[in-house]
Design a protein around this ligand. Structure first.
Ligand SMILES: *Cc1c(COP(=O)(O)O)cnc(C)c1O
Length: 367
C-alpha cells in the first residue's frame, strides 16, 4: 500500500500515557514521577512528549543539557526541569529559563553561587548529585560537611533535591551492588537532612531501578526508557506499549543476476538471481553501518528483508527475493519493542542507542 511520507517516525502518545500510568501503578501513592526526556525524548520528539505528560500531571522533567531545556520552555512547558549535566557557562540560561541545575562538583557550585550572589538572586533551586558507584558525576559522602558549609554560607541556593544514579539496576547478577548503592544513598540523604531544616526531594531509581527495586523509590523516580516502552526485561516490556515506530517505503526494486553486486565496495555479491528493494534511509538517518551485510532487517509485508551490502548515507538495499512487494509499498523498520531489541542484539548495542540514533532528518509524526 502506498504511504505518503517517505521515511518517518510515528510517535504514539496513547502508548506513552499507558506507560506513564503503568509506571505509576508500581509506586506507592506519594511517590512522584520525573520523566527523562533528554536527547529529544530518546529520539522521539521532546516537545510533543512533554506537552502530553504535562497534561497528565507529571511532577518533573529532566534533560541532559540546557539547550534541551530551553527548547521545552520556548514551547511553553511550565513543569520544573532538572538539567542533568549543566556546564559552567550555563548559569545565565538556567536563570533566564527557570532550569534547575544538577550541581555535581565544587567547581560548578562555586561558579553558580558566586554568579547568583553578583546578580542578587536568592534561593535558586539546585539538585545535588552524589556519586555512589557510577563514577561519572557527583559528590562523595565524605564531601557532605564541606558541601553543606559552602551552601549555608549565604542564601543564594535552595536544595530542591538530592539524588544519585544506579549502576546496574537491570542486572540481577549485580543485585548486591545495587542494594549497596541504595544503602549508601539512604545514609547520604540522612546526613544532609541533619544539616538543613527544610525538606528536599529524594530520588535514585531510573526505569529498571523503579521496576526491580521498590525500596529505591524514595520520593520520586526518574524514568526514561520505560516511558517509551522498554522495561529491560520481557516481564516488564510486555506490559508496556511501543511509542516510536519507524516507517519507510520502497523507492525502487531491482532484479540482479549472479555475479552482480549491491552497494558501495560491492558489499554484497549475488550468487543467484536476487530481487532487491531500495529504502530511503541510511546512516545519516540513524541506521548505523553495523546493520549492513544482513545484521539488520526491514519488515516488508509481514516478512523480514535483510540488508544487502553496506549502509549508504541516505539509503539501504534489502533482499526481497522471497517477498511479494512493489515500489511504493510501506515498510517497517520497527513498530514494536521486540524488533528493536532483536536488531540491537544483532548489531551489539542496546535499545537506548538505536532510538537516540534516529537523526533529526527523519520527520516525527505525533499521533
Ligand atoms: C538517563 C538517565 C535516567 C533515565 O534512565 P532510564 O534507564 O532511561 O530510565 C535517569 N537518571 C539519570 C541521571 C539519567 O542520566
Amino acid at each position: 500500500m502506498d504511504q505518503p511520507y517517505g521515511t518517518y517516525l510515528s510517535v504514539n502518545l496513547k502508548a506513552l500515557v499507558h506507560n506513564y500510568n503503568f509506571i505509576k501503578s508500581q509506586l506507592q501513592k506519594p511517590t512522584q514521577v520525573l520523566a527523562v526526556i533528554k536527547a529529544f525524548a530518546y529520539g522521539h520528539e521532546s516537545v510533543g512528549i512533554a506537552k502530553k505528560l504535562e497534561q497528565e500531571g507529571i511532577a518533573y522533567f529532566a534533560v541532559a543539557y540546557v539547550a534541551e531545556g530551553i527548547t521545552l520552555r520556548k514551547a511553553g512547558i511550565k513543569t520544573p526541569i532538572l538539567v542533568l549535566h549543566p556546564q559552567i557557562i550555563d548559569v545565565e540560561a538556567c536563570l533566564q529559563y527557570q532550569l534547575e541545575p544538577n550541581i555535581y562538583s565544587f567547581k560548578l557550585l562555586e561558579i553558580f553561587q558566586s554568579q547568583l550572589k553578583t546578580k542578587g538572586k536568592k534561593l535558586f533551586k539546585i539538585h545535588l548529585k552524589f556519586n555512589t558507584g557510577l563514577n561519572r558525576l557527583g559528590f562523595k559522602r565524605t564531601d557532605i560537611s564541606h558541601l553543606m558549609a559552602q551552601i549555608k554560607q549565604d542564601d543564594t541556593l535552595k536544595i530542591q533535591s538530592v539524588f544519585s544514579h544506579l549502576v546496574a539496576s537491570e542486572d540481577h547478577d549485580l543485585k548486591a551492588f545495587t542494594l549497596g548503592q541504595i544503602a549508601q544513598y539512604t545514609e547520604i540523604v540522612g546526613d544532609i537532612q541533619k544539616e538543613i531544616t527544610y525538606p528536599f526531594i529524594r530520588h535514585l531509581a531510573n526505569t529498571s531501578g523503579t521496576l526491580n527495586y521498590p525500596e529505591a523509590h524514595f520520593d520520586m523516580v526518574r524514568t526514561g526508557i520505560g516511558l517509551y516502552g522498554y522495561g529491560n526485561e520481557d516481564k516488564w516490556t510486555n506490559q508496556l506499549q511501543n511509542v516510536g515506530s519507524l516507517y519507510s517505503v520502497i523507492t525502487q526494486i531491482h532484479t540482479i543476476q549472479a555475479g552482480e553486486s549491491v552497494g558501495y565496495n560491492r558489499g554484497f555479491i549475488a550468487e543467484k538471481t536476487v530481487r532487491t528493494a531500495t529504502i530511503p534511509l541510511g546512516h545519516a538517518d540513524g541506521i548505523p553501518r553495523t546493520w549492513g551485510k544482513g545484521k539488520g532487517f526491514i519488515g516488508i509485508n509481514g516478512k523480514k528483508a535483510p540488508l544487502l551490502g553496506n549502509v549508504c548515507m541516505d539509503m539501504i538495499m534489502v533482499d526481497v527475493t522471497d517477498i511479494s512487494c512493489e515500489e511504493g509499498d510501506a515498510v517497517q523498520v520497527f513498530d514494536n519493542q521486540k524488533t528493536v531489541e532483536e536488531i540491537a542484539e544483532n548489531v551489539g548495542t542496546i535499545s537506548y542507542e538505536l532510538l537516540t540514533a534516529i537523526s533529526q532528518r527523519v520527520p516525527r509524526i505525533v499521533i
